[in-house]
Design a binder for this molecule. Structure first.
Ligand code: PXL
Length: 276
């Protein structure tokens, strides 16, 4: 039976992130995807000179109630950028009410990068996000998000295995189950992921591509979710997602004007070619 997934994140109308990334990517995997927009912004908050913001927090319980009346449920729920701290409790209700039994919850705690919280987020928001992390089967934080959640100091540059294990321990202490930590680097030429499912941590590295880019976390999370739902192991899904991110960055490299995102559309053939 085909699976149906729900993704919960904002619509940034321009900027190649959140829903404008998740929907085409999950569709490319052949997966039916429902959306629950958390907010509508004119554009993302990472580098534009301003943005409009329409908070959709109070729509969430109304939509949940209507879906309840119609018995509309999902095999998986994947969350990203939240529009408010308050809506996190409503999203927990969505997890409780709308996930079929045996379904999977994937949480990308999209709230920070490069050592800093995104505009508008504070420590109170981090505390709320920890509730989604504890409710998830799989979480997909980058190093910065993991440090905020785990209460570990963020360190620039190369890490040690000991440091990564400390972060993973901190995430487990707040209730995380399966962890895919992105932005792991032990040497300047390699960047990858650490995958921890409770026991030993498995590392998957790719060659480092030197360009800081917006929206790559959303591409990673969306591709991970699609590949995992297609049956990949967590580590294989994470590695494939990293490769799609790298291809998207490479397709953007020669365009200096394209600072606000990466051209993931040009990497979609990698996904389409997996489908039978
Ligand atoms: O890519 C994460 C993201 C999603 N949504 C909004 C953002 C960002 C990152 O800055 O601003 C609105």
């Amino acid at each position: 039976m085909d699976k149906r997934i729900l993704t919960v994140q904002d619509i940034s109308c321009v900027g190649q992130c959140s829903l404008t990334v998740a929907l085409p990517i999950l569709s490319a995997f052949g997966i039916e995807t429902g959306v629950l927009p958390t907010a509508v912004l004119s554009n993302h908050t990472g580098g534009f000179t301003g943005w409009t913001f329409a908070d959709l927090t109070e729509e969430i319980p109304k939509i949940n109630a209507e879906w309840g009346r119609q018995n509309i449920n999902f095999d998986a729920i994947y969350t990203g950028y939240m529009g408010s701290a308050k809506q996190i409790d409503y999203v927990l209700e969505i997890f409780r009410d709308r996930k079929i039994s045996g379904g999977v919850i994937i949480v990308d705690p999209a709230m920070a990068d490069n050592g800093k919280l995104y505009a508008g987020f504070d420590n109170a928001f981090v505390k709320e996000m920890a509730k989604l992390v504890a409710a998830a089967d799989i979480i997909l934080p980058n190093i910065t998000e993991a440090c905020f959640l785990a209460g570990t100091e963020y360190a620039e540059g190369c890490q040690t295995e000991e440091y990564v294990e400390k972060i993973i321990g901190g995430l487990r202490a707040i209730g995380a189950k399966k962890i895919v930590l992105t932005g792991v680097t032990f040497s300047p030429d390699k960047l990858g992921v650490a995958v921890n499912e409770g026991g030993k941590t498995e590392y998957r590295f790719e060659n480092f591509v030197n360009r800081r880019s917006h929206g790559t976390g959303d591409i990673f999370a969306s591709v991970f979710t699609g590949a995992f739902l297609q049956g990949d192991t967590i580590a294989d899904a994470a590695q494939f997602a990293a490769r799609v991110v790298i291809e998207s960055i490479k397709k953007t490299m020669d365009d200096d004007a394209h600072w606000y995102g990466v051209k993931f559309e040009k990497a979609l053939p990698m996904i389409l070619s997996r489908n039978k």
